[in-house]
Design a protein around this ligand. Structure first.
Ligand code: ADP
Ligand code: MG
Length: 712
């Protein structure tokens, strides 16, 4: 008898039972019985390790199966959910065997309806005749104008089902995990949400009218109704934005503990400089310069982002700031992402500042010289000049921060095309003054037009100046999407313009992952153009693998007009200024973001001549066409950036790693109202509790959050 009590079956059941009881939010998912090995690994690949992780794995969207419409009351062209019994179902292939069609008939108390699915033959097995099912889809007019549902989502119907008759969560179906399975696993685990402690102070929850974290998690997975889903979303979105704001405000506080050199505004000097420019500053340029000059007067370090569309004239604004700083007796560093751009700035900015006796240095990996006598000097020689304060302005690439350069008195650090730099690189620039407690005022320039709302939501620790207008008289660049069959026409057009003495850029995309520097794609394009299409023209090639001398030589030849066409990778995205180049031809345009395409386009239209931008694409998808059409129709970088955001989301647009953009799951970065509320709440809390000593949970949460945020 005793033996029977300990029968293997009984023992196993008892143990399992205890195991499930012992589950808490920190339990490893590998310890959960119903998660098999394969799925454990899939979860791990998604970074989900504990029960808590799984509870924070939010649905991507929902199917609202909560309102059932009777078949008789359906409206044509409307989305609806119906519930009924499958009366017939059959799968067949079209004669040419390209399509698999599953047709079914479903009936409820009111009527019957035809259902059609394409290429999903398994459905016949999932919904055999007699099953009760809930279907959701659009009512369409089908064969002989009879109404039908085409490709509806479906669930088998059970009373109190987790899958139907309610708002059903749909998860990202990656790594071989289906939504159906995730629901099955997550639903019972939701009984553990009570263990998740709320990190928001009671006061904020009340003031903002939020629901508790536990309730939000429960409702985000299995909402009782639309209203509670909204409440859950609001709570979780608020949390994300609030954490971002707390994080950046804390950063700002730390940053401002540094001291900077206070640079007094020298009005006569600035007036003189502005007066001798060959053009009149735009109003936006004046405002931006004024904002910067005011910041420079403080001993608290500036951290300002200067945004302006390609060609809006950011350089001269930076030059005004630099001049002011230099004439007050301090040094300035200007960091740029490419050697070509460094060279161009060295020439251009030196020329602007030369009348004022500013001594400028160029410091890149392979080109080191000064404006004092123009001859090349050694790295260590340059280091000494900088350290002794013999150079006023040093323009350089990453070399500037990689070589333990120390400035004597660095009051201003400018980063051009800031989005091209990583977080650490920018951070290093803050530390290159000799005095350990002294940080330079920081001015970042970007032509990636981040909409103000987004910038505010993300860079709470940055101040923002926007140059929202182009200098007057700029022509509109005629932009055309060229269909493949019109390629020859475009080539002829180019030939004609070249014979008039104009020059052409050709930009190639990276086609293969392995071709990181674009050597292959640019070289192929170069070969094609120089051998087959334009054998009579002088064509140059520029890509990331070329040695520096060669790059400079090619650029130099193009600038001097010795080359008709310059084929390059996206390295020309930034900076260079060749007014005689009037055609920008972009291959594989669909591979670039709108903001980037707009930047390319900004390379032409810098002179008097009418300029053109031709976009080539082999991809014919509707989405691609829509996206590219936007660049044809719109010439405003800010609007394009917003459009890009809308279509692709911030991660893709700005590149998460590069821009420091967080990968937000809930919040919309364009939800200005909520961003503002979060900012105010964060401000208020930090006033009371600057180190979050009284909000330890929140402090911990920021720590975790920061890991996924690549922050500045
Ligand atoms: P970006 O903002 O893209 O860096 P730049 O600073 O290179 O633009 O300026 C583009 C061109 O416009 C330069 O040739 C510059 O001299 C010229 N420029 C700048 N400001 C003005 C202005 N107010 N009026 C006319 N031309 C200007
Ligand atoms: Mg620029």
């Amino acid at each position: 008898m005793k033996k029977l009590l300990f029968s293997p079956l009984l023992t196993k059941q008892t143990i399992n039972c205890q195991l499930e009881k012992a589950v808490d939010i920190n339990t490893l998912l590998t310890k959960i019985r119903k998660i098999d090995r394969k799925r454990q690994q899939a979860l791990k690949r998604l970074g989900l390790v504990t029960v808590r992780d799984l509870l924070f794995y939010f649905p991507k969207r929902y199917n609202d199966f909560s309102t059932i419409t009777s078949i008789k009351k359906l409206q044509l062209n409307e989305q609806a959910t119906i519930r009924g019994q499958i009366k017939a179902i059959n799968t067949s292939r079209t004669p040419r065997r390209r399509l698999v069609i599953t047709e079914a008939v479903i009936s409820d108390d009111s009527a019957s309806l035809k259902i059609v699915w394409f290429n999903q033959p398994y459905i016949e097995r999932s919904l055999p005749v007699g099953t009760c099912a809930v279907l959701h889809g659009k009512v369409e007019s089908g064969y002989q104008a009879k109404w039908q549902l085409t490709n509806p989502v479906f669930e088998r119907y059970k009373e109190d089902s987790v899958h139907t008759g309610r708002i059903v969560p749909v998860y990202a179906e990656t790594a071989g995990l289906t939504s159906r399975w995730l629901r099955f696993v997550i639903k019972p685990l939701l009984s553990k949400v009570g263990e998740i402690k709320d990190w928001l102070p009671e006061e904020i929850i009340e003031k903002q009218g939020l629901i508790s974290l536990a309730a939000a998690i429960k409702q985000i997975h299995f909402p009782d109704n639309t209203k509670s889903l909204c409440a859950a979303r609001k709570r979780l979105s608020f949390d994300e934005l609030f954490l971002i704001q707390l994080n950046s405000l804390q950063k700002k506080a730390v940053w401002q503990q540094n001291k900077s050199y206070a640079v007094k505004f020298d009005e006569p000097l600035v007036k003189k400089f502005v007066g001798q420019l060959p053009f009149i500053l735009t109003k936006a340029q004046k405002i931006a310069a004024w904002e910067i000059l005011q910041d420079l007067e403080k001993s608290e370090p500036m951290n300002r982002l200067l945004e302006g569309d390609v060609g809006s004239g950011k350089t001269v604004v930076a030059a005004i700031s630099a001049l002011q700083v230099v004439k007050a007796g301090y040094q300035v560093a200007l960091m740029v992402p490419t050697e070509i751009l460094a060279g161009q700035h060295f020439t251009g900015v030196s020329k602007l500042l030369q009348p004022f006796g500013v001594k400028v240095g160029l410091f890149t990996r392979s080109n080191i010289k000064t404006s004092i006598n123009g001859t090349h000097i050694s790295k260590s020689g340059m280091g000494k000049l900088i350290k002794a304060g013999k150079l006023d302005l040093v323009i350089g690439t990453h070399a500037l921060i990689q070589d333990k350069v120390k400035f004597k008195k660095l009051a201003l650090a400018i980063v051009d095309e800031q989005h091209r730099f990583g977080v650490e690189q920018r951070a290093k620039l803050k530390k290159i003054d000799q005095q350990p407690q002294t940080a330079p005022h920081l001015l970042s320039l970007t032509a990636t037009p981040i909409p103000r709302t987004l910038a505010l939501g993300l860079y709470g620790d940055l101040d923002l100046s926007i140059i929202g207008e182009l200098p007057p008289g700029r022509q509109k660049i005629i932009t055309k999407l060229v269909a493949p069959y019109n390629r020859d026409k475009a080539y002829n057009f180019i030939r004609q313009k070249v014979s008039d003495g104009r020059q052409v850029f050709v930009v190639c995309p990276l086609i293969e992952e392995s071709d990181k520097l674009g050597v292959k794609s640019a070289t192929e394009e170069y070969n094609k153009l120089s051998r087959q299409v334009f054998p009579e023209l002088a064509i140059g090639l520029l890509h990331g693998r070329l040695p520096k001398e060669e790059k400079e030589q090619v650029m130099g030849e193009f600038v001097a007009g010795k080359l008709n066409i310059l084929v390059s990778t996206s390295v020309i995205e930034v900076g260079i200024d060749v007014p005689n180049a009037i055609i920008m031809m972009i291959e594989g345009a669909e591979r670039f973001g709108l903001a980037q395409l707009h930047q390319f386009r900004g390379r032409v239209g810098r002179g008097e001549q009418q300029s053109y931008c031709f976009l080539f694409t082999e991809a014919g998808g509707e989405k691609v066409q829509e996206r590219l059409q936007a660049i044809v129709d719109c010439h405003d970088g800010f609007k394009l950036a917003e459009k890009d955001l809308e279509i692709r989301g911030p991660g893709e647009v700005y590149g998460l790693q590069q821009s420091g953009l967080p990968d937000l799951r809930m919040a919309s970065l364009t939800d200005y109202g909520l961003i503002k509320q979060a900012k105010q709440a964060a401000d208020k809390l930090l006033d009371k509790d600057p180190d979050l000593d009284e909000n330890v949970l929140l402090r911990e949460r920021i720590g975790q959050f920061e890991k996924v945020m690549h922050w500045e």
